[in-house]
Design a protein around this ligand. Structure first.
Ligand SMILES: Cc1cc2nc3c(=O)[nH]c(=O)nc-3n(C[C@H](O)[C@H](O)[C@H](O)COP(=O)(O)O)c2cc1C
Length: 186
């Protein structure tokens, strides 16, 4: 297995972080790998916002939890409560990827590809990570404008996805890939 395949096989979603913030050079290397991602027609209809502000993360997390708690279907809320009641799992850093709403559908695919670059680059540097679509809850309610402003979203951009980063407090093994999903024709 080469280094790239090893990193792909090692990546897993970490849901318990230490409070220690990774150094800026590592965060910058991850952010640079993000903007190295391919995008359809090289549209790059995304931004990469590295959030290290604890108070801002706490506010977004509290808003997300409040929105989950208010949902009629309590399934997701209960799931997060079973995992310790923290939407962001104590991670000290989040990379938020807003996308251009005018190109929403292709930009969302590009955003996913970029987030995978983040996850793999972080793993290769010894940083635990998990993609966090649920952070979008903070941008779906009455405080959406406030958070978009505090994060510096460009005009016409909205939350696409995010990735939490830090050092693992509890590590987990990667999931077993299901090789039955692979087929070869011819
Ligand atoms: C687009 C996307 C959004 C995700 N959002 C969340 C999330 O909000 N919270 C979470 O704990 N995990 C989230 N995940 C992680 C998945 O649950 C995880 O990738 C999956 O269970 C497989 O586990 P693994 O990443 O350890 O292989 C997300 C994954 C993807 C691809």
């Amino acid at each position: 297995m080469n280094e790239t395949l090893k990193v792909i096989a090692e990546r897993y979603s970490c849901r318990d972080y230490k409070s220690e913030l990774p150094p800026d050079d590592l965060l910058y290397a991850v952010a640079r790998a993000a903007v190295q991602a391919p995008s359809g027609m090289n549209r790059q209809a995304w931004r990469v916002i590295v959030v290290r502000d604890r108070a801002l993360l706490n506010d977004m997390e509290a808003e997300g939890m409040a929105r989950l708690a208010a949902m009629e279907d309590q399934g997701m809320y209960n799931r997060i409560m079973e995992r310790g009641g923290r939407l962001f799992y104590g991670a000290p850093c989040m990379i938020v990827v807003p996308i251009d709403l005018a190109q929403r559908i292709p930009a969302l695919l590009d955003c996913g590809i970029l987030c995978q670059n983040i996850a793999l680059a972080a793993t290769s540097l010894g940083l635990a990570n998990v993609m966090c679509g649920l952070a979008g809850l903070a941008f779906a309610g009455a405080r959406a404008g406030e958070f978009a402003r505090r994060l510096g979203f460009p005009e016409g951009y909205a939350f696409g996805c995010s990735v939490l980063l830090g050092y693992a407090n509890t590590a987990r093994p990667p999931h077993e890939p299901d090789e039955k999903k692979i087929s070869f024709i011819g």
